[in-house]
Design a protein around this ligand. Structure first.
Ligand code: AMP
Ligand code: MG
Length: 498
């Protein structure tokens, strides 16, 4: 008797009309081998890790066998890529296997990425190389551990088949888990075809799935858009608070549920500078670190355009409502960002000059090539012990520039109530929950990928994945996973790898 992996599938997207997707299964691969399984995530999904790691489980994760109840499909979507509208994108190398309701009652998509060609593949081969798959695994799981909404990574299977990019690379399939894979571009797909009924069905699906409280609002579609705007604002603010650069904020890479999705040439800042760009294809710096809030607004405006016919029969009214809701982005973004900066600076109370204090630190860091993560992390120690300033000022090209800012910060801290007496925790302890010691630094990620791909050595990948599971929990200790790159380790470009 064969033991089958039982996924408790309940496939709501597959119940939408046929024009929303193409029904097809993954294309089998030659020699599937499990490279990584995310045990805690499997358990969260109500799946048995042992069974998933068994030969039958690995066949499912490779796309060589379908689990019972799976209704595989490739989703249709469009998207603005670097500002240009592409009406037909869609899952060109991914297959949605189905949806499961997890242990906490949340519906999650189970998708294979790199699972073979689909009707949306255009000229692509439908496959993924091991490097970008491991990269997505590491960074998406690091984001989750940092507490930032994101798609998750359940497993990596190598295929035993080569994929041809600039060079010949080992192929792999990623099992991706998301609260859904619906994108701004999914709305654009229907709007671009004049299919208002499609937009309406999709909006109803998204309300039921992601924004159920919008259903009972007086204007559910208006409430939907307002909520999407706020979630994007929160998401991008949280990227800014950890130094994350998405790298390809196209509308097809913007999740309607407000999760970070489609990890391509994304990267974390080492030295802080708002103009930082890593993506080798972002020649104009459209998706530079500091541009991310502006781009999110631009993407949301594209979403608004698709929703206008649902908002009101009166075009003027629809437009006014959409503008109103879009206008909520910046205040919400600034509010989330400022609350985050206060936590990062150890401020428990609110003072009108806090935003300027944070901005001036960032400006000083930019002028001094200071490491973003370590500067904030080390401020935790400095908050309690001025002798620890030495560790922070070392990060600044001109250390006295830090001293001038630190004097202001200390005057501000002196106005605060005693945190232990008032809030029951030390300032340093509070700051360490806002300032990670470990992020997936580019040089560490590259090293892990090179070892896996070049030498079939997954040790560095395993070690890095393990370190990134607890980004805040370092007891004040810095290790190789917190160190910025030495000059010869610096990474200047990251690649999509598609
Ligand atoms: P991405 O850059 O991964 O967000 O992908 C943009 C679009 O290109 C999506 O429609 C993908 O499905 C498609 N795509 C990317 N790589 C491939 C590939 N190797 N084969 C087929 N389609 C691909
Ligand atoms: Mg994409």
């Amino acid at each position: 008797m064969t033991v089958d992996v039982s996924f408790p599938f309940d496939n709501s997207y597959a119940r939408l009309p046929e024009r929303f997707y193409a029904r097809l299964g993954p294309t089998p691969v030659a020699r599937p081998r499990l490279a990584r399984l995310n045990h805690p995530l499997a358990l969260e999904l109500g799946l048995d890790p042992e069974t998933l790691a068994s030969p039958v489980g690995v066949e499912i994760l490779a796309g060589n066998r379908l689990a019972p109840g799976s209704e595989p499909l490739a989703q249709a979507y469009s998207g603005h890529q670097f500002g240009n509208f592409v009406p037909s994108l869609g899952d060109g190398r991914a297959i949605l296997l189905g949806e499961v309701v997890d242990r906490t009652g949340n519906r999650r998509d189970i998708q294979l990425k790199g699972s073979g060609p689909t009707p949306f593949s255009r000229n692509g081969d439908g496959r993924a190389a091991l490097g970008p798959v491991l990269r997505e695994y590491l960074i998406s799981e690091a984001m989750a551990a940092l507490g930032i909404p994101t798609t998750r990574s359940l497993a990596v299977v190598t295929t035993g088949e080569p994929v041809v990019r600039e060079t010949v690379l080992p192929g792999a399939v990623l099992t991706r888990v998301a609260s859904s894979h619906i994108r701004v571009g999914t709305f654009q797909f229907f709007a671009a075809r004049g299919d208002i009924e499609g937009v309406r069905l999709l909006a109803d699906h998204v309300i039921a799935r992601h924004y159920p409280d919008a259903a009972s609002a007086e204007q559910p579609y208006r409430a939907l858009f307002e909520r999407v705007v706020l979630r994007q604002a929160d998401l991008v603010a949280r990227w800014m608070l950890v130094g994350f650069i998405h790298g390809v904020m196209n509308t097809d890479n913007t999740s309607i549920a407000g999760e970070t999705i489609d990890y391509g040439p994304c990267a974390f800042l080492d030295a802080y500078h708002p103009g930082t760009v890593f993506s080798s294809i972002d020649h104009q710096g459209r998706y530079a670190f500091g541009n991310q809030p502006r781009i999110a607004i631009w993407n949301l405006a594209r979403l608004a355009e698709t929703l206008l016919p649902l908002l009101s029969e009166e075009p003027e009214t629809a437009l006014a409502w959409a503008r109103d809701a879009l206008g909520d982005f910046l205040p919400r973004f600034s509010q989330t960002l400022l609350a985050g900066h206060r936590r990062k600076l150890g401020l428990f109370t609110e003072h009108p000059e806090d935003a300027a204090l944070a901005d001036d630190l960032l400006e000083t860091m930019a002028a001094n090539q200071a490491d973003f993560t370590l500067t904030f992390h080390r401020l935790g120690r400095a908050a309690e012990d001025p002798d620890a300033d030495a560790g922070v000022r070392r990060l600044f090209a001109d250390p006295p520039a830090y001293d001038r800012w630190a004097a202001r910060w200390r005057r501000r801290l002196a106005d605060e109530p005693d945190p232990v007496a008032r809030y029951g925790r030390t300032r340093r302890n509070a700051m360490e929950t806002a300032n990670p010691a470990r992020i997936p630094r580019n040089h560490l990620v590259e090293h892990a990928l090179d070892a896996a791909m070049g030498d079939d050595d997954f040790g560095p990948f395993e070690d890095l994945a393990a370190a990134l599971r607890a980004p805040y929990d370092d007891q004040g200790v810095e290790d190789v996973f917190s160190d910025p790159p030495r000059p010869e380790q610096r990474v200047f470009y990251t690649f999509c790898g598609t």
